[in-house]
Design a protein around this ligand. Structure first.
Ligand code: HEM
Length: 309
């Protein structure tokens, strides 16, 4: 049972509100409900070594569990209906610890404040086809100026042709810390080795509900699915506490390593929580308030789905 503190109370209320809007689907995650787990390895290039003591970003190849997902809280939502997709990676470190990196197909989030996120949830009356109704969207657009950029992106976002052909962004800033204690602000992105391929509305119309999962199984029979981990190095004035803002495009980029997804995972029970704040020594959360809020909401969601609620 999660104890009530000022932070967990807002997290519980947010998850309650998601359930009121989208419905409750016993045993499923309260967001990104539809998804599958895969087995992978991650091999670092060594390019990040000057910036961090995290060994999986320096010289240690590690196993990883990957989950591709659809943003909707409803596990029956057709893949084409909610364009935002997720790529969650849990690195299984050689010392027995884990490190998470959780990404979606847009580079920014709708707010920098947990309270505003809750207010946004209160503005939305219900979901249709994995999205708020048009009338609620107009209200959101006019009432929350900081959210406009993300809403615009979501509106224009096309579905990927495959989970393997999306670019995935970890959205928040983090810090890499090296052996001298030097902290460098960074963002993470996964670049698909198969290239970026999206679907037109006409192409999407004829596809079956679970086409992304089926396509992934077919693809993995032919080839590994690979993503390159890009680390973007921030400059002094780049905001680290505001996930509604992108950093300028000209920032230095490192290619930190390659994720190789090999097969569907054989685990029978999905006990995974891809909490983005679970990090190893050498990677730290930034001052972005959404990060600790996510920790709490994911714990609430996990507690409920674990009990089959
Ligand atoms: C106010 C902020 C947010 C809230 C309240 C929230 C809420 C949630 C919840 C309740 C879950 C289900 C967790 C579980 O049962 O394990 C989830 C999953 C997920 N969220 Fe968020 N989220 C937020 C922000 C974000 C952001 C900024 C990203 C961008 C990277 C993101 C990406 C994901 C992904 C990819 C999953 C699926 C994780 C998995 O595969 O298990 N979320 N979110």
């Amino acid at each position: 049972m999660i104890e009530d503190t000022s932070e967990t109370v807002l997290a519980k209320r947010a998850v309650n509100r998601i359930e009121e809007i989208a419905g409750t689907f016993p045993g499923y995650r309260r967001a990104h409900a539809k998804g599958e787990l895969y087995e992978a390895t991650f091999t670092p290039t060594g390019e990040a070594t000057p910036f961090t003591i995290a060994s999986h970003l320096r010289d240690s190849e590690v196993e990883a569990i990957v989950r591709f997902s659809n943003i909707s809280p409803n596990p029956s939502t057709a893949d084409v209906l909610a364009a935002v997709k997720g790529l969650s990676v849990q690195f299984l470190l050689n010392n027995g610890d884990v490190a998470n990196l959780v990404s979606i197909t847009i580079p920014i989030f709708v707010t920098k404040s947990p309270q505003t996120f809750f207010d946004i949830l209160n503005t939305v009356k219900s979901f249709k086809d994995g999205k708020p109704h048009f009338k609620d969207m107009v209200k959101l657009f006019t009432s929350y100026p900081e959210s406009r950029a993300a809403f615009q992106m979501i509106r224009k976002l096309k579905n990927p042709k495959s989970y393997a052909t999306g670019r995935y962004y970890a959205v928040h800033a983090f810090y890499l810390v090296n052996e001298l204690g030097l902290r460098t602000p960074v963002k993470f992105e996964w670049e698909p080795e198969a290239g970026i391929e999206t679907l037109s509305i006409k192409e999407s119309a004829s596809l079956p509900s679970d086409f992304l999962e089926t396509e992934m199984i077919d693809r993995l029979e032919r080839e590994e699915v690979r993503f390159r981990l890009h680390i973007i190095i921030g400059k002094q004035d780049d905001p680290t506490d505001d996930p509604t803002k992108e950093w300028p495009q000209d920032r230095q980029r490192l290619e930190a390593g390659v994720l190789r997804i090999k097969a569907k995972a054989t685990v029978t029970k999905d006990n995974f929580i891809f909490d983005p704040t679970v990090l190893p020594t050498g990677i730290e959360c930034s001052d972005d308030e959404i990060l600790p809020f996510r920790k709490n909401t994911y714990a609430v969601s996990y507690e409920r789905r674990k009990k089959g609620e």
